[in-house]
Design a protein around this ligand. Sequence first.
Ligand code: GMT
Length: 388
Amino acid sequence: MKIGITCYPTYGGSGVVATELGIELAARGHEIHFITYSQPFRLNGRDANIRYHEVPVSNYPLFEFPPYDLALATRMAEVAELYELDLLHVHYAIPHSVSALLARQMLASRGIKLPFITTLHGTDITLVGLDRSYLAITKFGIEESDGVTSISQDLAERTRESFAITKHIEVIRNFVNCDLYHRDEELVAKTRPRFADPSEPLLVHLSNFRPVKRVLDVVEVFARIAREVPARILLIGDGPDRSAAEFLAHRLGVSDRVHFLGKQENVNELLALADLMLMPSQMESFGLAALEAMACRVPAIGTRVGGVPELIDDGSSPSGSNGGVANGLLFEVGDVEGMAAAGIALLQDPERLNAMATAARRTAQARFCASRIIPLYEDYYERVVRGE
Ligand code: GMT
């Protein structure tokens, strides 16, 4: 198929999912056209079957707010007509679904068909979409989509409830390339000494450092762990809460044990160095960072929010997705004492940590591998194009 993909190309889970999806689809022979304001950060421009179309946004002095949504709709329609796209797949509802809707209408007026699918990622629904200024237009964009997918069951239910939407939402969970995200022992042996001695457990956190990620809780939990275990931590990413986290690490006396790495490209290689991930988020509709870590045999201590329990099974429920075997641990938001105590106990029990690491990798492979999830998208695309 010929598929146009639009996403936020900068640092963030939805952009990562959209880009990885495009790469995987291209590898399976589809022709992929990214239509975005800058090249998605995980694209290297060398993949076969992938083209990148920049959306130019002119900044005429009269425009206090340059109308990106309109420039995007125009470029979507142009690319779709020129390359005879079968469909558009937009990631993150705002404003992409509305731009796609305009592109569809522009082409329909000339007898050209361009169905579009919207994939909901989380903050487009739980934070931004529920803002009064965007609520009605978000609902409209979702309802007008030819197909809607959600990256977790929880987000699908939340969307239906919050927006009073009755339309079918197909749940297609996030995925990870299990060949790329794995623990390469040789690479680990070479790189890990840069960050920790062999006797020092290494933790990791990966996010965009927005308040919803509760990076200060990461530092609080880590500082408590470091009092009992000679641990170190990699903090990958950057964003608004970075300096507060740096300050807190300093105040708690652990700044020499915390590596702030900033935004990094090959996170697969860094995640694999760690023994344990911390993801104490206020909300996660899925928690892609945890899945990427799990594929690298790094279990996560996370919070029981949103779609996280669909991924992390702390073994407390016998009917859990992992058959009662823990592949991580879950806590209430803000329970830094609980998370720290669990982290200390786990790091002091290598056998249990190893069992959890094995279960984490098994979960990623068995349920969230790209090879399992991509065919679900292909099947859904075909159904939408057929108008089913
Ligand atoms: O979490 C963010 O701030 C970024 C956001 C995004 O849209 O890029 O992430 C959302 O989408 C990810 C990919 O599907 C999910 O793994 C994250 O859980 C989700 N974030 C939230 O729901 C807060």
